[in-house]
Design a protein around this ligand. Structure first.
Ligand code: PEP
Length: 256
């Protein structure tokens, strides 16, 4: 079977509860018909995990995801949410290492390795984000930059554990800027990421990992980007807040 094709929405810190529920209703009304190897993830703010999970409970292959989890297990960490708590609420996915977390909350590759370990300990699948800033892209060193992100946060794991991952490649210069990487730039990096994983864990495991592209994906460009061989869907910010846009993006996933 082909690896999963995934449309992951990142709502970030947006929407009132009422707006969030209305958006979920609109997505459902817009018909999220998915084949067995397609999935939709909705990464919603923590307080909306359960309400939105309830909304989508009858939709097959649609899941809520957390946008973050703590790097520590439990204890006196005011304001943090642990992987164990997410597991207790039956949340199956968590975004780890989004560039906004790396930049604004100083999450480095080592902290992200701790988060990855805790997510896996509780059986939660990480959507692990990587991607280079503009200066690195301009210097032409994006491949080694992304390789180091993967190595420092993931390559202490057992090879088999990499099957539990979704990787999101998000060039920072393309996030929220309206500047999308070209589909060829996305394909080149996705093939590189897959080869880096293959060199660590073997080709068969690397071929099982879904690698999503993120950075100004919208209804108008999703099909072209998702059409590339090593692009297995997208992690979508802005356009995931508009039901008609996001339904089109879902319908742009490859089908086997
Ligand atoms: C993101 O932040 O994950 C993202 C891809 O944002 P946008 O689609 O708005 O560029």
């Amino acid at each position: 079977m082909m690896r999963k094709q995934i449309a992951a929405a990142n709502w970030k810190m947006n929407l009132s509860l009422e707006q969030a529920e209305a958006l979920a209703d609109q997505l459902i009304a817009g018909n999220m018909t998915l084949s067995a190897d397609q999935q939709v993830l909705l990464a919603v703010p923590f307080p909306y995990l359960l309400p939105i999970k309830n909304k989508i409970s009858l939709q097959s292959n649609v899941f809520v995801a957390a946008q973050n989890c703590a790097a520590t297990k439990n204890g006196a960490y005011t304001g943090e949410v642990s992987a164990e708590m997410l597991k207790g609420m039956d949340i199956a996915y968590v975004i780890i290492g989004h560039s906004e977390r790396r930049e604004y909350y100083h999450e480095d590759n080592k902290i992200l390795a701790d988060k990855v370990n805790l997510a896996l300990e509780y059986g939660i699948k990480p959507v692990f984000c990587c991607g280079e800033p503009l200066s690195i892209r301009e210097a032409g060193t994006q491949n080694s930059y992304v390789e180091l992100q993967l190595k420092e946060s993931l390559f202490h794991l057992e090879k088999e554990q990499l099957r539990n991952f979704i990787i999101a490649y998000e060039p920072i210069w393309a996030i929220g800027t309206g500047k999308t990487a070209s589909s060829d730039q996305a394909q080149d990096m996705h093939a590189h990421i897959r080869s880096v994983i293959a060199s660590y864990a073997g080709q068969e495991i690397a071929d099982s990992v879904s690698i999503l592209y993120g950075g100004s994906v919208k209804a108008a460009n999703a099909a072209e980007i998702f059409g590339k061989k090593d692009v297995d869907g997208g992690l979508v910010g802005g356009a995931s807040l508009i039901a008609t846009e996001y339904n089109t993006i879902i319908n742009s996933l490859k089908r086997s």
